[in-house]
Design a protein around this ligand. Structure first.
Ligand SMILES: NC(=O)c1ccc[n+]([C@@H]2O[C@H](COP(=O)([O-])OP(=O)(O)OC[C@H]3O[C@@H](n4cnc5c(N)ncnc54)[C@H](OP(=O)(O)O)[C@@H]3O)[C@@H](O)[C@H]2O)c1
Length: 237
């Protein structure tokens, strides 16, 4: 087993690559030398058409998940990693938010990654050394305080659970999966999160992208199931 896996020749799918953390991950992995398949609700022409495919993926438009995986295989002939990054925030507590908000959180943050993972699994198994990185949150690990969105927290706990299920589903085919759980990251999403760490204390998207780059490079015998990247001091996180 090599000390680190090489980037060249490996194909990575990233959902929600249009902006925020997803766009930063795409920039970082392109610089590393990966070939990329970028899922976007409204695809834009790729900056580097040699190594980058852009394709429509909308978690609320069910067939786009399998169609995007299929297009990736057609273009590159293989799939080595899936980064489930696309996600939304809605404020749902016992007092605020609606049933529709809760359904939307479940549709985008949970069912989207489920559908993509299901479609990608046979190809990730076949690739050997396949990788899945799910962008969860510290909200996937605990409920911070009374101001937290329970709806968002529940969706991210579900994504952490799905990560562990993915590890069991692929382990014997050398597939490894990680639940990456950042605290507040400086993107549009965090602007709507009540009680989030304010501006200067937030993580830069490029820092999360660097972490994803590291995770994809780790060999099969250095598997990280959960990685919490926190901005605050919290017991056990
Ligand atoms: N920012 C934080 O503090 C923070 C912390 C921990 C974890 N996270 C997680 O990190 C991930 C990325 O968040 P971000 O902060 O980068 O948010 P962002 O800047 O708001 O970007 C969200 C991304 O998700 C896409 N998206 C939204 N709805 C979608 C749908 N129905 N189908 C497919 N894609 C959809 C967006 O596409 P459009 O451009 O088309 O809208 C965009 O690319 C999310 O899973 C989020 O929960 C964020």
């Amino acid at each position: 087993m090599p000390a680190l896996l090489p980037a060249a020749g490996r194909v990575v799918m990233i959902s929600g690559a249009s902006r925020g953390i997803g766009a930063a991950i795409a920039d970082r992995l392109l610089a590393d030398g990966y070939s990329l398949s970028l899922g976007m609700r409204t695809p834009t022409p790729p900056a580097d058409p040699e190594r980058v495919l852009t394709h429509r993926f909308d978690a609320k438009d069910l067939p786009t998940a399998a169609a995007w995986v299929e297009a990736t295989l057609q273009r590159f002939g293989r799939l080595d990693a899936l980064v489930n990054n696309a996600g939304i925030f809605r404020n749902v507590t016992f007092d605020e938010g609606s049933e529709d908000d809760l359904d939307e959180l479940w549709a985008v943050n949970v069912k989207g990654p489920f559908r993509l993972t299901k479609a990608a699994l046979p190809h990730l198994r076949a690739a050997l050394h396949g990788r899945v990185v799910n962008i969860c949150s510290t909200d996937g690990k605990r409920i911070r305080d009374h101001s937290a969105s329970l709806g968002y927290v529940m969706s991210k706990h579900a994504l952490v659970a799905m990560t562990h299920a993915t590890r069991f589903a692929g382990w014997h085919d050398q597939l490894r999966a990680t639940a990456l759980c950042p605290g507040a990251v400086e993107t549009e999403l965090v602007q709507n999160v009540p009680g989030a760490v304010p501006g200067p204390g937030r993580i830069e998207p490029a820092t999360i992208a660097e972490t994803v780059s590291l995770l994809l490079s780790l060999p099969d015998n250095a598997s990280i199931a959960e990685l919490v990247v926190n901005t605050r001091l919290e017991s056990t996180l």
